[in-house]
Ligand binder design. Structure first.
Ligand SMILES: [Zn+2]
Length: 249
C-alpha cells in the first residue's frame, strides 16, 4: 500500500514537471529558468502553489494573485501520471519492464501537452526518449530482441506511407513517434496500437463532431488518441490479440 502511494506521489511530481517540459520545449525555453509564473499577471509561483493537484484544488482553480482561471489540463495531467504510474505494477507485476512502462507514460504525458497546446511533437523530446528506450531495451530486451528492429521499421514504414499517401495529413512527428513505439513494443503491438489509435480517434472524433464540439475538416490533435491506443496495446495487447485469434479460429 505504502509503495503504491509512493509511486503515485512520484508520478504526481513528475507529472507536474512534464507539464513544464511540454509547455516550454516547443517554445525553445529552458525547463529550469525562469521559475513558473501565472501567464496573466506574471506572479511567480511559491513552493506552496507548486504542489501538484492540491494547490489547484485549494486555490479553486484560480491564480492566487489575479484570480485568472488555471486550465484543469495541468492538474489533470498530474493526476493521470500519478494514476498510470501506480497502475503499471498492478498490470505488469514487479518486473524490470516497469521502467519501460513508466518511460512510455512519461513520453505520452509530455506529447499530450505539446500536441494539445501547439500541435507538434518536438524532435528534442523524441530524441531524448529514443536514447532512453535504446538503453532500456539493451538491458530489458523484447523476446526475440530483433522484434525491436522489425517493430521500428514497420512503425516508421507504415506511417511514412500513410503520411505520403495522405499528402501530409499525418505529421512528421507522428511518423517518428511510431518508429520509436515500434522499437519499444515490437511489431505485433505497434500494429495493434496504430489500429486502436485510429479507431479511438475516429470514434471520438465523430462523437465530438456530432456534439458540435469540433468542425468538419478542422484538424484535431491526434496525440491524445495515440496515447490511449498505445497504452491499451502496451498493457493489454497480448490479451486482446489472444482473444482476437480465438475468435478467428
Ligand atoms: Zn495571475
Amino acid at each position: 500500500m505504502i509503495i503504491f502511494l509512493y509511486i503515485f506521489l512520484t508520478g504526481l511530481i513528475l507529472g507536474s514537471f512534464y507539464n513544464v517540459v511540454g509547455l516550454r520545449v516547443p517554445l525553445k525555453m529552458s525547463i529550469m529558468h525562469p521559475r513558473s509564473a501565472c501567464p496573466y499577471c506574471k506572479h511567480v509561483l511559491s513552493p506552496l502553489e507548486l504542489i501538484p493537484v492540491l494547490s489547484y484544488v485549494f486555490q479553486g482553480g484560480k491564480c492566487r494573485s489575479c484570480k485568472a482561471p488555471i486550465s484543469p489540463l495541468y492538474p489533470g495531467m498530474e493526476l493521470m501520471t500519478g494514476l498510470l504510474f501506480a497502475i503499471s505494477p498492478l498490470i505488469l507485476g514487479w518486473t524490470e519492464e516497469l521502467l519501460v512502462s513508466w518511460s512510455l507514460i512519461s513520453l505520452f504525458v509530455i506529447i499530450f501537452i505539446t500536441d494539445i497546446k501547439y500541435m507538434v511533437i518536438p524532435d528534442k523530446i523524441l530524441l531524448f526518449f529514443a536514447l532512453n528506450f535504446l538503453l532500456e531495451r539493451i538491458f530489458i530486451p523484447l523476446n526475440p530482441w530483433w522484434d525491436s528492429i522489425i517493430g521500428a521499421a514497420s512503425g516508421l514504414g507504415i506511417m511514412l506511407f500513410i503520411s505520403v499517401a495522405s499528402k501530409g495529413g499525418m505529421g512528421g512527428g507522428d511518423v517518428k513517434l511510431f518508429g520509436l513505439l515500434g522499437f519499444v513494443m515490437g511489431i505485433k503491438l505497434v500494429l495493434l496500437s496504430m489500429f486502436l489509435s485510429t479507431l479511438f480517434g475516429t470514434v471520438i472524433g465523430l462523437l465530438l463532431m456530432a456534439a458540435g464540439r469540433v468542425k468538419k475538416g478542422k484538424p484535431i490533435p491526434f496525440g491524445p488518441f495515440i496515447f490511449l491506443g498505445t497504452l491499451t496495446a502496451y498493457f493489454f495487447g497480448q490479451n486482446i490479440l489472444a482473444w482476437y485469434f480465438r475468435l478467428l479460429l
